[in-house]
Design a protein around this ligand. Structure first.
Ligand code: HEM
Length: 310
């Protein structure tokens, strides 16, 4: 993502130098998510006393971002067409890679637990592309409807941003669902809740990519339209995600490359699902466990990959 946006390579996959970054973002976000719910914690800087580790992590993150910006500005940008110019005026580009990572790891989680979906998505990819070099953006990737349904179903079950994106009611107040709300109040419904409403999704806690494909497993034109109307992982309206198209392409491409080349299964020690002995709502083994730290924090899944036998 840093390469795409800033034109710089930090290469976390191959080199350990900056591998501390995702953890630092996650730790920093613990304070931010508490402040989002209770902004009054900032009075007398109570947040400083409550979240010293988050503040230290934030400082590390800010130093890293400053370094990226310094590196970027050193380069002559004449004629360059990266996203830096566009995104430097946008609000929240730093969470982009994180949200994509949550959705991608979520998809690995659900495929590793749902053998039929895994088999179908893998077959689709291996039949669509004739070699690994053939796997790239374009009509063939767009034709992979089942993989796309798996991505959508993952982002429904385990949205990368799961909580309420609060909006302030403007002068004159607002009617929301038959209730009058005074100006100045913040309102919102968590994306996780919207996407688990039984009114819009049958068996909302079941991973079912088929619900997105008309004529599969009982899905009809109406049920797909109803589900789509309550599907908002990238929010909606003028403040919705500006990069959802790019994020989708990145996820489809990553998954297509992995599924083409590798077989996967759950590794020993994986505990990314819920635990039947845990408290209610953390108890479902087939649900990828996320923590709401503005964007979602996660641990795992731990999977075993091996080169596919051709
Ligand atoms: C699966 C991937 C992604 C998800 C689920 C996601 C989700 C979201 C959501 C829910 C919002 C709305 C926040 C609000 O309404 O208050 C948002 C905004 C935003 N996203 Fe994403 N995002 C993703 C990927 C990305 C990527 C890859 C980038 C950039 C590289 C990005 C950049 C932004 C920006 C700049 C905004 C702010 C738009 C504004 O305030 O006008 N996102 N995203």
């Amino acid at each position: 993502m840093a390469d795409l946006i800033f034109g710089g390579k930090y290469n976390l996959l191959e080199k350990p130098t900056y591998r501390y970054m995702p953890g630092v973002i996650e730790t920093s976000n613990v304070r931010i998510s508490a402040l989002l719910q209770a902004p009054t914690l900032r009075y007398d800087r109570l947040d400083k006393a409550l979240f010293p580790k988050s503040i230290a992590a934030r400082n590390v993150f800010v130093r890293f971002v400053s370094k990226i910006l310094r590196d970027t500005l050193k380069v002559d940008r004449t004629g360059k067409k990266d996203f830096f110019a566009v995104l430097s005026s946008a609000k929240d580009p730093e969470t982009g890679a994180d949200t994509v990572a949550t959705a991608t790891t979520g998809l690995f989680f659900y495929l590793s637990r749902n053998p039929a979906a895994y088999a179908r998505a893998t077959t689709e990819i291996r039949q669509t592309f004739s070699s690994i070099e053939d796997v790239r953006m374009g009509p063939k990737l767009n034709s992979c409807k089942y993989l796309r349904a798996c991505v959508d179903e993952t982002m429904r079950m385990s949205p990368s941003v799961g909580s309420s994106l609060l909006r302030e009611v403007q002068k004159g107040g607002a009617m929301v669902d038959g209730e009058f709300i005074l100006a100045g109040c913040d309102v919102g419904t968590p994306i996780y809740s919207i996407q688990h409403s039984a009114e819009d999704f049958s068996n909302p806690f079941t991973f079912c990519p088929e619900r997105w494909i008309v004529a599969e497993s009982g899905a009809t034109q109406e049920s797909v339209a109803l589900a789509s109307s309550a599907y908002v992982p990238s929010s909606s309206g003028p403040r919705g995600c500006v990069e959802k198209g790019m994020a989708m392409t990145e996820m489809m491409l990553t998954m297509a490359v992995v599924l083409y080349r590798l077989d996967l299964k759950i590794a020993k020690g994986d505990s990314a699902g819920g635990n039947p002995d845990a408290e209610w709502d953390r108890h479902q083994p087939n649900e990828f466990q996320l923590k709401d730290h503005v964007t979602a924090a996660r641990d795992g899944p731990m999977l075993h990959f091996r080169e596919r036998a051709i």
